[in-house]
Ligand binder design. Structure first.
Ligand SMILES: [Zn+2]
Ligand SMILES: [Zn+2]
Length: 87
């Protein structure tokens, strides 16, 4: 924790945009996807988005990091929250 942080003040995480207290920050506090939500077939060719009737064949959308197909899926990686003050 850097010196200028105020542990009792709410901070906004630069990565997940969640409000957090620096005092409660931990190595598992921040859940995020290290990669982007993409629109293509899974690399492993095994898990496919269930295409609905009328969906174009490229409608497969998922996180490139973990294959989660729900944009709201909880992050597959965890780390400390990152404050905007950190450089
Ligand atoms: Zn992920
Ligand atoms: Zn965070």
């Amino acid at each position: 924790m850097s010196l200028h942080e105020q542990p009792n003040r709410e901070m906004v995480c630069r990565r997940c945009k969640t409000l957090y207290y620096p005092l409660l920050n931990s190595a598992t506090a921040c859940r995020f996807h290290p990669s982007f939500f993409v629109s293509r077939r899974h690399d492993d060719q095994q898990r496919y988005y269930e295409l609905k009737p009328g969906d174009p064949p490229y409608a497969a959308k998922f996180y490139d990091c973990c294959g989660a197909e729900d944009p709201q899926a909880p992050g597959c990686s965890a780390a400390f929250h990152v404050s905007y003050d950190d450089s």
